[in-house]
Design a protein around this ligand. Structure first.
Ligand code: NAP
Length: 299
């Protein structure tokens, strides 16, 4: 572990509602030595919505959550939707009501929106000025049932600007926005690790099959952004270690059309492996791409 012995670790998980994000949140909260766990997502999980109703907490239709109020019915992750910039709103069980206090703290925030991420980082920093692990899980490969036309390209002829732009925004832009917002909280003498979940198929050196233009290109762009940020933040005194991590094929909405349960690991197994990899890193790891089992991968 690269942080000082005895230090309680504060975690921030971005894109926390997805399979890997949610599993990482769960895994963090069960980790020995955990301090605070902040889960950032565009939407609070259903369990908290129910809880919110039971405990008379501000509901997801609270005016402070303008996106939830304004977006109306429809699939939550349609690529056509772009929530407006908004103040952060926080969802947690309140200790002064009947409901017991619970970690993690869920904060609604959209990593594609710098204002939203900055507000989330300010809210986190007010409670935990030192973050020890930032794990960014945003990613898109296909549009699901809401957008069946958004699917990995099999040929150059299928490449289209809209899908490439959307992939770049969620796979490359959003993780860098999150890192930009949280970088000040990652600079401290305890030592910190920031990791973006990338993908093996984003490796240029490993590409032998072709296809999946938008996903591969956007993950390769993410990898370059991570490498750049690692160099820059590594120059700072007490700067974090910054890496990209391939989580391995994991059961999720993202992987479901391409890898069934027989080929994909349960998300909780991948999450535990990722946390172990991050715990094992030292400064020589800065700016590198790692597999879920700790092996270094080629850029
Ligand atoms: N599953 C695999 O086999 C696999 C393999 C290699 C790499 N990965 C990578 O691992 C990461 C997590 O994947 P997953 O399998 O857990 O996927 P997932 O369940 O589909 O979750 C994807 C996350 O991306 C965010 N996201 C999706 N659309 C967005 C949008 N329009 N705007 C902003 N955020 C958006 C969501 O965050 P919110 O919580 O904010 O909604 C969601 O939590 C991704 O980067 C993926 O590329 C996964």
């Amino acid at each position: 572990m690269n942080t000082q012995a005895g230090t309680q670790h504060n975690f921030v998980i971005v894109g926390a509602s997805g399979a890997l994000g949610r599993a990482l949140v769960d895994a963090c909260t069960q980790r020995p030595g955990v301090g605070r766990v902040f889960a950032l997502s565009r939407t609070a999980p259903a369990s908290l919505r129910e809880h919110s109703a039971n405990c008379q907490q501000p509901s997801l239709r609270d005016p402070s959550s303008t996106w939830e109020r304004d977006r109306g019915p429809g699939p939550p992750q349609s690529r056509q939707e772009k929530p407006p910039s908004r103040a952060v709103s926080q969802w947690e069980r309140s200790p002064d009501r009947d409901c017991p206090p619970t970690e993690p703290r869920w904060i609604t925030a959209d990593a594609t929106d710098p204002d939203s991420m900055a507000a989330a980082a300010a809210a986190v920093g007010a409670e935990a000025p030192r973050i020890h692990r930032l794990i960014i899980c945003t990613g898109v490969l296909h549009g699901g049932a809401a957008d069946p036309g958004f699917k990995p390209e099999k040929s150059l002829a299928q490449l289209g600007l809209a899908q490439l732009q959307q992939s770049m925004m969620i796979n490359a832009w959003a993780p860098l926005v999150a890192l930009q917002a949280f970088a000040p909280l990652l600079r401290h003498p305890d030592g910190a690790v920031a990791a973006a979940l990338s993908a093996m198929v984003g490796s240029i050196g490993d590409n032998r099959l072709g296809g999946w233009y938008s996903y591969r290109m956007s993950k390769a762009a993410l990898n370059m952004g991570i490498r750049n940020a690692a160099i820059e933040l590594g120059r700072h005194r007490h700067g974090p270690i910054v890496v990209a991590v391939h989580p391995g094929t994991t059961q999720s909405a993202l992987s479901a059309p391409f890898a069934g349960p027989e080929r994909a690991r349960p998300a909780h197994e991948s999450a535990g492996a990722i946390l172990d990899v991050l715990d094992g890193l030292d400064r020589t790891a800065n700016g590198r791409l790692f597999n879920w089992d700790g092996r270094e991968l080629p850029w």
